[in-house]
Design a protein around this ligand. Structure first.
Ligand SMILES: Nc1ncnc2c1ncn2[C@@H]1O[C@H](COP(=O)(O)OP(=O)(O)OP(=O)(O)O)[C@@H](O)[C@H]1O
Ligand SMILES: N[C@@H](CCC(=O)O)C(=O)O
Ligand SMILES: [Mg+2]
Ligand SMILES: [Mg+2]
Length: 471
């Protein structure tokens, strides 16, 4: 734990002169405001620093715009991308008039979810370990005549190709679905990923590993150790920030868009999770795959609420282009030990009960991690409270099941619109515990419908030209 005094002692004329305050908006993007060091004092950590909240997506109206950013001293690191030494601090938002934490602030919602876990008596700590995959590209250009998709992407090797062409140029690039895990020079992103990982370590994130992912060229993943919910979400925001900025340094761009390439693997954000009480893991037991009954009910809750949950864990129209068969992304709402085609996988964790966890494979990097983690916890706790039976595990490869068997297994929603519709009907597991408010659910659904679903629906799609342009 870092105290405000420890932070203040780092600032001064001969020390760090700039302080960058970061906060997250509703869709899950960081915003920032940079202050000269003498603007920060002890009050900044209690009452906060005033700012205008009316321009922030999903927040206040112009006539009630006053808000305050309250600094969290445990989140400080020196920002490696700013020229002058700058201390970065993550904030939560407060209503200055009432002194209350702002109910639409995602960090406040995550804190409420952790408080709810304690109040429920079920556990006292929840750990999250997100694995956010991403692509590194040079450029993305629209090309309606490209055979492979609707556009092509220049990666660092030159023009992207799927490896399925008759005479593919496979020099120094992974073959189709061959990205996991050849050595350099085929993997020519190795050094960039190492720089990303070391930068994360410098910023205080407990890093674990880095590797190329399965898709043809430029799909990558870096791993960091699980953390308590709020800290894991803060680390994920820092992870994305570092990845994007290191990519930029090399003239590339990094994207967490779930399905940037038609016909190749997309990028997920599998989320490992476990609940603990008094230092003991509650998910280890003598049931299926070494799980406890509590863990099975938690799985039951996630699967039961999944159609609504995905409106928060997979909140883009592009998310649902990833959730299709054949690309290691989950399509069916089932659980299994080791099976990567199920929505929930129980990773092999040896004999150590502390490593016993479940991996929800649906989420992707377009989610707001604070809202997504809070919602997953609420769904799981609802399963435990109401003893929701997850049914039998599905240990076969779901992609190879016969249509008759498959018809018995519920599927993930086919579109963002369907997920939002499900959320509109099934949100009490989020609001009754006092974690989300009905106002937040309504704001989320309206924002996503109007800003994303309808905006896409109203525009001619590039592939429609291929189908219908009748010159
Ligand atoms: N008890 C636990 N609770 C929550 N998370 C955990 C626990 N133990 C380990 N983890 C986290 O789970 C994540 C495992 O990530 P890892 O990349 O190894 O998973 P994977 O699913 O096997 O990978 P991939 O999907 O890329 O094949 C890490 O963030 C790790 O710290
Ligand atoms: N990229 C795959 C996951 C690959 C993996 O298991 O790491 C997905 O979309 O979920
Ligand atoms: Mg992966
Ligand atoms: Mg995984």
């Amino acid at each position: 734990m870092t105290t405000p005094q420890e932070i203040l002692s780092m600032l001064g004329d001969e020390k760090i002169k700039m302080v960058d305050l970061k906060f997250v908006d509703m869709p899950g993007t960081w915003q920032h405001l940079t202050l000269y060091y003498n603007q920060i004092d002890e009050i900044s950590f209690t009452d906060g620093v005033p700012f205008d909240g009316s321009s922030i997506r999903g927040w206040k109206a112009i006539n009630e715009s006053d808000m305050a950013m309250v600094l969290d001293p445990n989140t400080a690191w020196i920002d490696p991308f700013m020229k002058e030494p700058t201390l970065s601090i993550i904030c939560y938002i407060k209503e200055p008039r009432t002194g209350e934490p702002y109910k639409r602030c995602p960090r406040v919602i995550a804190q409420k979810a952790m408080d709810y876990l304690v109040a429920s008596g079920i556990g006292d700590t929840v750990f999250f370990g997100p694995e956010a995959e991403f692509f590194i590209f040079d450029d993305v250009r629209f090309d309606q005549t490209a055979n492979a998709g609707f556009y092509y992407i220049d990666s660092i090797e030159g023009r992207w190709n799927t490896g399925r062409e008759e005479n593919p140029n496979l020099g120094y690039k992974p073959s189709f679905k061959g990205g996991y895990s050849p050595l350099p020079p085929i993997d020519n992103f190795h050094d960039i990923r190492t720089e990303m990982l070391l930068t994360m370590a410098d910023c205080g994130i407990p890093v674990e590993k880095q590797h190329h992912e399965v898709a043809t060229g430029g799909q990558c993943e870096l791993g960091f150790r699980f953390g308590k919910m709020l800290q894991a979400a803060d680390w994920l925001m820092t992870y994305k920030y570092i990845i994007k900025n290191v990519a930029r340094k090399y003239g590339h761009s990094a994207t967490f868009m779930p399905k940037p390439i038609f016909g190749d693997n997309g990028s997920g954000m599998h989320t490992h999770q476990s609940i603990w009480k008094n230092g003991q893991p509650l998910f280890a037991g003598d049931k299926y795959a070494g799980l406890s009954e509590t863990a099975l009910y938690y799985i039951g809750g996630i699967l039961h609420h999944a159609p609504a949950l995905l409106a928060l864990t997979n909140p883009s129209t592009n998310s649902y282009k990833r959730l299709v068969p054949g690309y290691e992304a989950p399509v069916n709402l089932a659980y299994s030990q080791g099976n990567r085609s199920a929505s929930i996988r129980i990773p092999l964790s040896g004999t150590n009960p502390k490593a016993k966890r479940l991996e929800f494979r649906c989420p992707d990097g377009t989610c707001n991690p604070y809202l997504a983690f809070a919602a997953m916890l609420c769904a799981g706790l609802d399963g435990i409270k109401n003893k929701i039976d997850p049914g039998d595990p599905l240990d076969e490869n779901i992609y190879e099941l016969t249509p008759e068997v498959l018809a018995q297994v519920p599927s993930t929603p086919g579109s963002l619109e369907l997920a939002l519709e499900a959320l509109g009907k099934d949100y009490k597991f989020l609001t009754e515990p006092g974690v989300f408010t009905e106002d937040i659910i309504e704001t989320w659904i309206n924002y996503k419908l109007h800003t994303e679903v309808n905006s896409i629906r109203l525009r001619p799609h590039p592939y429609e030209f291929s189908l219908y342009y009748d010159a």
